[in-house]
Design a protein around this ligand. Structure first.
Ligand code: SF4
Length: 283
Protein backbone atom coordinates (compact mmCIF):
# COMPACT_ATOMS: atom_id res chain seq x y z
CA UNK A 1 0.00 0.00 0.00
CA UNK A 2 1.16 3.57 -0.48
CA UNK A 3 2.91 5.25 2.44
CA UNK A 4 -0.15 7.38 3.12
CA UNK A 5 -3.55 5.74 3.78
CA UNK A 6 -5.31 8.96 2.75
CA UNK A 7 -3.49 9.15 -0.60
CA UNK A 8 -4.34 5.47 -1.11
CA UNK A 9 -8.05 6.09 -0.48
CA UNK A 10 -8.08 9.13 -2.77
CA UNK A 11 -6.26 7.31 -5.55
CA UNK A 12 -7.80 3.84 -5.53
CA UNK A 13 -11.12 4.70 -3.91
CA UNK A 14 -12.45 8.11 -4.79
CA UNK A 15 -10.47 8.77 -8.01
CA UNK A 16 -11.28 5.28 -9.30
CA UNK A 17 -14.98 5.21 -8.46
CA UNK A 18 -15.95 8.87 -8.89
CA UNK A 19 -14.19 9.65 -12.19
CA UNK A 20 -17.38 11.22 -13.58
CA UNK A 21 -17.41 13.75 -10.72
CA UNK A 22 -15.17 16.84 -11.26
CA UNK A 23 -13.16 16.20 -8.07
CA UNK A 24 -12.79 12.50 -8.94
CA UNK A 25 -11.51 13.49 -12.39
CA UNK A 26 -9.15 16.05 -10.88
CA UNK A 27 -7.71 13.40 -8.56
CA UNK A 28 -7.33 10.91 -11.39
CA UNK A 29 -5.50 13.47 -13.55
CA UNK A 30 -3.29 14.62 -10.70
CA UNK A 31 -2.17 11.10 -9.88
CA UNK A 32 -1.36 10.55 -13.56
CA UNK A 33 1.19 13.40 -13.51
CA UNK A 34 4.68 12.04 -12.95
CA UNK A 35 7.99 13.85 -12.54
CA UNK A 36 10.31 14.07 -15.59
CA UNK A 37 12.73 11.75 -13.73
CA UNK A 38 10.06 9.03 -13.42
CA UNK A 39 8.99 9.59 -17.03
CA UNK A 40 12.60 9.14 -18.09
CA UNK A 41 12.62 5.73 -16.36
CA UNK A 42 9.31 4.74 -17.94
CA UNK A 43 10.66 5.74 -21.36
CA UNK A 44 13.54 3.28 -20.91
CA UNK A 45 10.98 0.45 -20.68
CA UNK A 46 9.11 1.82 -23.75
CA UNK A 47 12.36 1.96 -25.74
CA UNK A 48 13.48 -1.54 -24.74
CA UNK A 49 10.10 -3.02 -25.70
CA UNK A 50 10.39 -1.27 -29.07
CA UNK A 51 13.97 -2.49 -29.50
CA UNK A 52 13.09 -6.12 -28.74
CA UNK A 53 10.27 -6.04 -31.28
CA UNK A 54 12.54 -4.58 -34.01
CA UNK A 55 15.40 -6.94 -33.15
CA UNK A 56 13.19 -9.98 -33.58
CA UNK A 57 12.18 -8.69 -37.00
CA UNK A 58 15.85 -8.46 -37.95
CA UNK A 59 16.29 -4.71 -37.48
CA UNK A 60 19.44 -3.74 -35.57
CA UNK A 61 19.70 -0.30 -33.98
CA UNK A 62 22.81 1.86 -34.01
CA UNK A 63 23.74 3.85 -30.88
CA UNK A 64 22.38 6.99 -32.59
CA UNK A 65 19.08 5.25 -33.26
CA UNK A 66 18.88 4.22 -29.58
CA UNK A 67 19.21 7.91 -28.67
CA UNK A 68 16.60 8.96 -31.26
CA UNK A 69 14.12 6.29 -30.20
CA UNK A 70 14.60 7.12 -26.54
CA UNK A 71 14.15 10.86 -27.18
CA UNK A 72 10.94 10.11 -29.07
CA UNK A 73 9.52 7.90 -26.27
CA UNK A 74 10.49 10.48 -23.63
CA UNK A 75 8.99 13.34 -25.64
CA UNK A 76 5.65 11.49 -25.94
CA UNK A 77 5.55 10.97 -22.19
CA UNK A 78 6.40 14.63 -21.47
CA UNK A 79 3.74 15.79 -23.97
CA UNK A 80 1.16 13.54 -22.28
CA UNK A 81 2.09 15.00 -18.91
CA UNK A 82 1.85 18.57 -20.23
CA UNK A 83 -1.54 17.95 -21.81
CA UNK A 84 -2.94 16.71 -18.48
CA UNK A 85 -1.61 19.85 -16.78
CA UNK A 86 -3.30 22.05 -19.41
CA UNK A 87 -6.62 20.33 -18.66
CA UNK A 88 -6.18 21.20 -14.99
CA UNK A 89 -5.98 24.93 -15.62
CA UNK A 90 -9.54 25.61 -14.45
CA UNK A 91 -8.37 24.59 -10.98
CA UNK A 92 -6.23 27.25 -9.35
CA UNK A 93 -4.34 25.20 -6.75
CA UNK A 94 -2.57 22.62 -8.96
CA UNK A 95 -0.98 25.52 -10.84
CA UNK A 96 1.34 26.02 -7.91
CA UNK A 97 2.77 22.48 -8.02
CA UNK A 98 2.48 21.27 -11.62
CA UNK A 99 4.48 23.07 -14.29
CA UNK A 100 4.68 22.18 -17.95
CA UNK A 101 8.21 21.10 -18.90
CA UNK A 102 10.32 20.31 -21.95
CA UNK A 103 12.38 17.11 -22.30
CA UNK A 104 15.69 17.91 -20.60
CA UNK A 105 18.85 17.10 -22.52
CA UNK A 106 20.63 15.46 -19.58
CA UNK A 107 17.64 13.17 -18.92
CA UNK A 108 17.62 12.18 -22.61
CA UNK A 109 21.29 11.28 -22.33
CA UNK A 110 20.88 9.33 -19.09
CA UNK A 111 17.90 7.39 -20.47
CA UNK A 112 19.57 6.50 -23.79
CA UNK A 113 22.75 5.48 -21.97
CA UNK A 114 20.83 3.05 -19.75
CA UNK A 115 19.01 1.61 -22.79
CA UNK A 116 22.30 1.18 -24.66
CA UNK A 117 23.87 -0.59 -21.68
CA UNK A 118 20.97 -3.05 -21.41
CA UNK A 119 20.88 -3.67 -25.16
CA UNK A 120 24.65 -4.26 -25.10
CA UNK A 121 24.49 -6.54 -22.05
CA UNK A 122 25.90 -9.99 -22.97
CA UNK A 123 23.19 -11.90 -21.11
CA UNK A 124 20.39 -9.82 -22.64
CA UNK A 125 21.92 -10.24 -26.12
CA UNK A 126 22.19 -14.00 -25.60
CA UNK A 127 18.51 -14.28 -24.67
CA UNK A 128 17.52 -12.21 -27.71
CA UNK A 129 19.66 -14.34 -30.02
CA UNK A 130 18.51 -17.71 -28.72
CA UNK A 131 14.90 -17.31 -27.57
CA UNK A 132 11.57 -15.85 -28.63
CA UNK A 133 10.55 -12.87 -26.52
CA UNK A 134 6.94 -11.84 -26.13
CA UNK A 135 6.11 -8.46 -24.64
CA UNK A 136 3.62 -8.54 -21.75
CA UNK A 137 1.29 -5.52 -21.36
CA UNK A 138 1.86 -3.72 -18.04
CA UNK A 139 -1.88 -3.37 -17.53
CA UNK A 140 -2.54 -7.11 -17.50
CA UNK A 141 -3.86 -8.33 -14.17
CA UNK A 142 -4.20 -11.81 -12.69
CA UNK A 143 -6.64 -13.26 -10.22
CA UNK A 144 -4.66 -14.70 -7.32
CA UNK A 145 -6.71 -16.29 -4.50
CA UNK A 146 -9.66 -14.15 -5.62
CA UNK A 147 -7.59 -10.90 -5.54
CA UNK A 148 -6.87 -8.91 -8.71
CA UNK A 149 -3.09 -8.46 -8.82
CA UNK A 150 -1.15 -6.24 -11.24
CA UNK A 151 2.24 -7.94 -11.33
CA UNK A 152 3.21 -8.18 -14.98
CA UNK A 153 6.79 -8.80 -15.90
CA UNK A 154 8.03 -7.23 -19.16
CA UNK A 155 8.71 -10.24 -21.39
CA UNK A 156 8.15 -13.94 -21.56
CA UNK A 157 11.18 -15.72 -23.09
CA UNK A 158 10.57 -19.13 -24.70
CA UNK A 159 12.53 -21.80 -26.50
CA UNK A 160 10.95 -25.22 -26.80
CA UNK A 161 9.98 -26.40 -23.32
CA UNK A 162 12.29 -23.83 -21.70
CA UNK A 163 10.65 -20.56 -20.65
CA UNK A 164 11.05 -17.82 -18.06
CA UNK A 165 9.87 -14.27 -17.35
CA UNK A 166 12.00 -11.14 -17.67
CA UNK A 167 11.52 -8.03 -15.55
CA UNK A 168 13.36 -4.74 -15.94
CA UNK A 169 13.70 -3.06 -12.54
CA UNK A 170 14.20 0.59 -13.42
CA UNK A 171 14.49 1.70 -9.81
CA UNK A 172 17.07 -0.86 -8.73
CA UNK A 173 16.78 -2.94 -5.56
CA UNK A 174 17.84 -2.54 -1.97
CA UNK A 175 18.58 -6.15 -0.97
CA UNK A 176 18.57 -9.78 -2.13
CA UNK A 177 15.37 -10.27 -0.12
CA UNK A 178 13.71 -7.63 -2.29
CA UNK A 179 14.87 -9.45 -5.44
CA UNK A 180 13.44 -12.75 -4.13
CA UNK A 181 10.18 -11.12 -3.11
CA UNK A 182 9.89 -9.43 -6.53
CA UNK A 183 10.50 -12.78 -8.24
CA UNK A 184 7.78 -14.44 -6.15
CA UNK A 185 5.41 -11.57 -6.97
CA UNK A 186 6.05 -11.58 -10.75
CA UNK A 187 5.65 -15.35 -10.93
CA UNK A 188 2.20 -15.34 -9.31
CA UNK A 189 -0.66 -16.43 -11.53
CA UNK A 190 1.70 -17.71 -14.24
CA UNK A 191 3.18 -21.11 -15.03
CA UNK A 192 6.67 -19.65 -14.83
CA UNK A 193 8.51 -20.05 -11.56
CA UNK A 194 11.77 -18.69 -12.98
CA UNK A 195 12.21 -14.94 -13.13
CA UNK A 196 15.14 -13.07 -14.67
CA UNK A 197 15.48 -9.54 -13.32
CA UNK A 198 17.66 -6.79 -14.81
CA UNK A 199 18.04 -4.08 -12.19
CA UNK A 200 19.77 -0.73 -12.66
CA UNK A 201 22.08 0.09 -9.76
CA UNK A 202 25.31 2.10 -9.34
CA UNK A 203 25.67 2.77 -13.06
CA UNK A 204 25.12 -0.76 -14.37
CA UNK A 205 22.54 -3.49 -14.90
CA UNK A 206 22.63 -6.32 -12.37
CA UNK A 207 21.12 -9.69 -13.32
CA UNK A 208 19.33 -12.09 -10.99
CA UNK A 209 17.79 -15.36 -12.11
CA UNK A 210 15.51 -16.74 -9.40
CA UNK A 211 13.65 -20.02 -9.16
CA UNK A 212 10.69 -19.29 -6.91
CA UNK A 213 10.11 -22.00 -4.30
CA UNK A 214 6.70 -23.18 -3.08
CA UNK A 215 7.48 -21.61 0.32
CA UNK A 216 8.19 -18.19 -1.28
CA UNK A 217 5.05 -18.51 -3.38
CA UNK A 218 2.94 -19.15 -0.25
CA UNK A 219 4.61 -16.35 1.64
CA UNK A 220 3.95 -13.70 -1.06
CA UNK A 221 0.32 -14.84 -1.38
CA UNK A 222 -0.09 -14.41 2.37
CA UNK A 223 1.44 -10.91 2.15
CA UNK A 224 -0.93 -9.94 -0.67
CA UNK A 225 -3.90 -11.23 1.31
CA UNK A 226 -2.90 -9.17 4.39
CA UNK A 227 -2.26 -6.09 2.24
CA UNK A 228 -5.62 -6.45 0.54
CA UNK A 229 -7.41 -6.83 3.91
CA UNK A 230 -5.72 -3.64 5.14
CA UNK A 231 -6.80 -1.82 1.94
CA UNK A 232 -10.39 -2.96 2.51
CA UNK A 233 -10.24 -1.77 6.12
CA UNK A 234 -8.97 1.69 5.14
CA UNK A 235 -11.53 2.01 2.33
CA UNK A 236 -14.32 1.22 4.80
CA UNK A 237 -13.31 4.25 6.87
CA UNK A 238 -14.67 6.42 4.04
CA UNK A 239 -18.39 6.83 4.52
CA UNK A 240 -21.02 6.82 1.79
CA UNK A 241 -20.56 10.61 1.51
CA UNK A 242 -16.81 10.29 0.88
CA UNK A 243 -16.02 11.52 4.35
CA UNK A 244 -12.27 11.37 5.01
CA UNK A 245 -12.39 12.42 8.67
CA UNK A 246 -11.28 9.02 9.94
CA UNK A 247 -8.74 8.25 7.24
CA UNK A 248 -5.19 8.65 8.65
CA UNK A 249 -2.64 11.06 7.17
CA UNK A 250 0.91 10.11 6.17
CA UNK A 251 3.40 9.11 8.86
CA UNK A 252 6.03 11.55 7.70
CA UNK A 253 5.99 14.97 6.05
CA UNK A 254 8.59 13.62 3.58
CA UNK A 255 5.77 11.57 2.01
CA UNK A 256 3.69 14.73 1.59
CA UNK A 257 6.56 16.44 -0.27
CA UNK A 258 6.14 14.03 -3.19
CA UNK A 259 2.36 13.72 -3.04
CA UNK A 260 0.51 14.61 -6.27
CA UNK A 261 -2.64 15.72 -4.49
CA UNK A 262 -1.25 17.67 -1.57
CA UNK A 263 -2.98 20.81 -2.90
CA UNK A 264 -6.28 19.13 -1.91
CA UNK A 265 -5.15 17.89 1.49
CA UNK A 266 -5.41 19.64 4.88
CA UNK A 267 -1.88 18.35 5.57
CA UNK A 268 -0.35 20.15 2.58
CA UNK A 269 1.84 22.49 4.66
CA UNK A 270 1.31 21.30 8.19
CA UNK A 271 1.02 17.58 8.68
CA UNK A 272 1.24 17.54 12.48
CA UNK A 273 -1.40 20.27 12.83
CA UNK A 274 -3.75 18.38 10.50
CA UNK A 275 -3.24 15.22 12.56
CA UNK A 276 -3.99 17.14 15.77
CA UNK A 277 -7.21 18.55 14.30
CA UNK A 278 -8.22 15.07 13.17
CA UNK A 279 -7.62 13.64 16.66
CA UNK A 280 -9.72 16.42 18.21
CA UNK A 281 -12.60 15.69 15.79
CA UNK A 282 -12.52 11.99 16.61
CA UNK A 283 -12.57 12.45 20.41
S1 SF4 B 1 -0.48 15.54 1.40
FE1 SF4 B 1 0.42 14.01 2.79
S2 SF4 B 1 -1.22 13.38 4.16
FE2 SF4 B 1 -2.17 14.43 2.41
S3 SF4 B 1 -2.70 12.80 0.99
FE3 SF4 B 1 -0.70 13.54 0.39
S4 SF4 B 1 0.78 12.23 1.48
FE4 SF4 B 1 -1.22 11.95 2.46
Amino acid sequence: MQRCPRAFVLRYGIAAYAASHPTGQLLKDSFAIQTPWILMQMSIRDTIRDYVEDYQMGMKWSRNLVQLKFNQAFRYRIEDRNSIIVQLKEWKEPDSIFRRVKPEKHLEEIGAERCAKLIGNESFKHILDTMDLKSIPATRSKLVDGIKVYNSSDFCAKKGADSFLIRINLFGYSSDDEINQNAALFSLGTENQTIMQYSWKNGKWFIHKTNVSTKENKSIRRLILLDSQEMERILKLVGSKNNLEQVPFADSSRTCMHCSIRFLCPAKNRLEEAKGEQMALMC
